[in-house]
Design a protein around this ligand. Sequence first.
Ligand SMILES: NC(=O)c1ccc[n+]([C@@H]2O[C@H](COP(=O)([O-])OP(=O)(O)OC[C@H]3O[C@@H](n4cnc5c(N)ncnc54)[C@H](O)[C@@H]3O)[C@@H](O)[C@H]2O)c1
Length: 257
Amino acid sequence: MSDHDAQPSAASGASAYDFSGRRAVVTGGSHGIGAAIAVLLRAAGAQVLVLDLDAGPEDVRVDLADRSALEAAVPQVLSRLGSVDVLVNCAGMFVASPVLDLDLAAYDRTLAVNLHAPVILMRSLCGPMSAQGYGRVVNVTSIHARLSEPMSLAYDVSKGGLEAATRTAALELADHGVLVNAVAPGFVATRMSVVDGEDELLGVPFTDVYIGQGRLPLRRAARPEEIAHVVAFLASEQNSYITGQAVTVDGGLSARF
Ligand SMILES: NC(=O)c1ccc[n+]([C@@H]2O[C@H](COP(=O)([O-])OP(=O)(O)OC[C@H]3O[C@@H](n4cnc5c(N)ncnc54)[C@H](O)[C@@H]3O)[C@@H](O)[C@H]2O)c1
């Protein structure tokens, strides 16, 4: 566990939104951005069910790469919550691999966790949302959906695909009161910044180029709570007119040519 994995407190997650009576599913809610989202939604009154590989006793433990396990978890989710008002697909993974020697097992797993699991959960849970005439879906993507980096093919494809799925689902569900959006973070201080034992936020490219030279205009990585607040807005009733969009939360990184 890295220093970036401190559990967010409810105080840091004070919310402007009212989720009283709302039932939310948050994948990847045990760590990082997903944990900050779960804390924030709970502080705002939601009943939150976390789906994660690394699950606590109140959570649903599931490997999102395992399609049959995920499909088997859906009835459990529905029986525990009754129905679902909010789905946040936040679980994700990254494995660095070059195109010419692509690690195909890691490619398959990355697509399964980052793209197929969110699609399966939308397929399963947006039906009940549509039937009740209300729902909010927020898919956590990345600036990698639109900006690529060497060694990131599987991740880039998964996040680009998830933004496409977000738009298509938004179009189909608009008539049923279900709004579907994505939040695309840039650098966030979580354990995902640690790749092959190296924390990219402590490495020379990040400290010299992104911070020192201002390649990243706000000159720091986001805290998970800063992403969670945007997710909470899009997941709330206060969001009544945004659907099919990806909201970038990257400290200005993608504003620069
Ligand atoms: N940290 C960043 O810089 C950054 C930037 C852009 C986007 N993101 C995205 O934000 C989301 C959250 O990432 P994070 O930075 O909080 O990382 P994290 O590693 O802190 O959290 C990821 C969570 O997903 C869970 N998870 C991973 N694989 C799983 C699986 N197979 N089944 C079930 N649960 C699984 C983990 O257990 C963990 O709780 C991801 O989708 C990631 O791609 C992160």
